[in-house]
Design a protein around this ligand. Structure first.
Ligand code: GDP
Ligand code: MG
Length: 213
């Protein structure tokens, strides 16, 4: 059984707010995280593109909401998904409330956009207890809808030794770890995306070819 693959990915547009965003006609996965966490790298790894995420990140556009349309192929079926890249939040603002960290237009987008089905919160595996990330998780939990899911993905897992990795897994049992450097962990993210949006569960084949779900 081949893992899901993104076979098409294209930047569609940047928006300033929910008002000039695309129509809410496609399920969306939102990526959020601190600046430098590896958000662009993760988007590029997931879509198997070298420069998809950065292509829209022209200077001065850093506070924009960027939309990408992707198409998955899994078991010879096609699944369209929209990826939304939100501006990274800074390190310096930990003492401020989240509503100050993110501009009002972003807060409105995150809380009110109907088409969002999955929040992927990227966290740096080397700093798993950063307060700003704890605040973000708590903030999203305040308004997350029953049809939405929240997923923690730790980036830069290659920087941790085996002992540190085991500790992280114990502390964050529902999380996924990825390395954009070593290019691993992304399949689990793909499965979570397809499971959340399309209710598709990972199928594994037994050696004799019999399917188990
Ligand atoms: N070692 C390692 N470095 C990474 C990983 N992901 C991203 N980086 C590096 O972290 C830096 C910031 O990455 P970038 O994707 O631009 O972060 P963004 O600001 O969140 O979009 C770059 O130097 C990347 O090469 C990873 O999984 N492992
Ligand atoms: Mg970036």
């Amino acid at each position: 059984m081949n893992a899901p693959r993104v076979v098409e990915a294209a930047f569609i547009k940047s928006a300033q707010s929910i008002a000039d965003s695309l129509p809410e006609d496609m399920s969306e996965v939102v990526f959020l995280g601190r600046s430098n966490v590896g958000k662009s790298s993760t988007l590029n790894s997931l879509t198997q593109r070298k420069n998809l995420a950065k292509s829209s990140a022209t200077p001065g556009k850093t506070q924009l909401i960027n939309f990408f349309e992707t198409r998955y192929l899994y078991n010879e079926e096609s699944f369209p998904v929209r990826f939304v890249d939100l501006p990274g939040f800074g390190y310096a603002k930990v003492s401020k409330s989240l509503k100050e960290v993110w501009q009002k237009n972003l807060v409105e987008f995150i809380e009110h956009r109907i088409s969002i089905r999955l929040f992927i919160h990227l966290r740096d595996a080397r700093h798993p207890h950063a307060k700003i990330d704890d605040d973000v998780e708590a903030y999203i939990s305040e308004f997350i809808r029953p049809d939405q899911r929240y997923l923690t993905v730790f980036t830069k897992i290659d920087k941790l030794n085996q002992k540190e990795r085991a500790k992280l897994k114990r502390e964050f049992p529902g999380s996924i770890t990825v390395s954009n450097l070593k290019k691993n962990g992304h399949d689990r993210v793909h499965y979570e995306i397809l499971r959340t949006i399309f209710g598709i569960d990972e199928e594994t084949k037994k050696p004799d070819g019999e399917k188990t779900v």
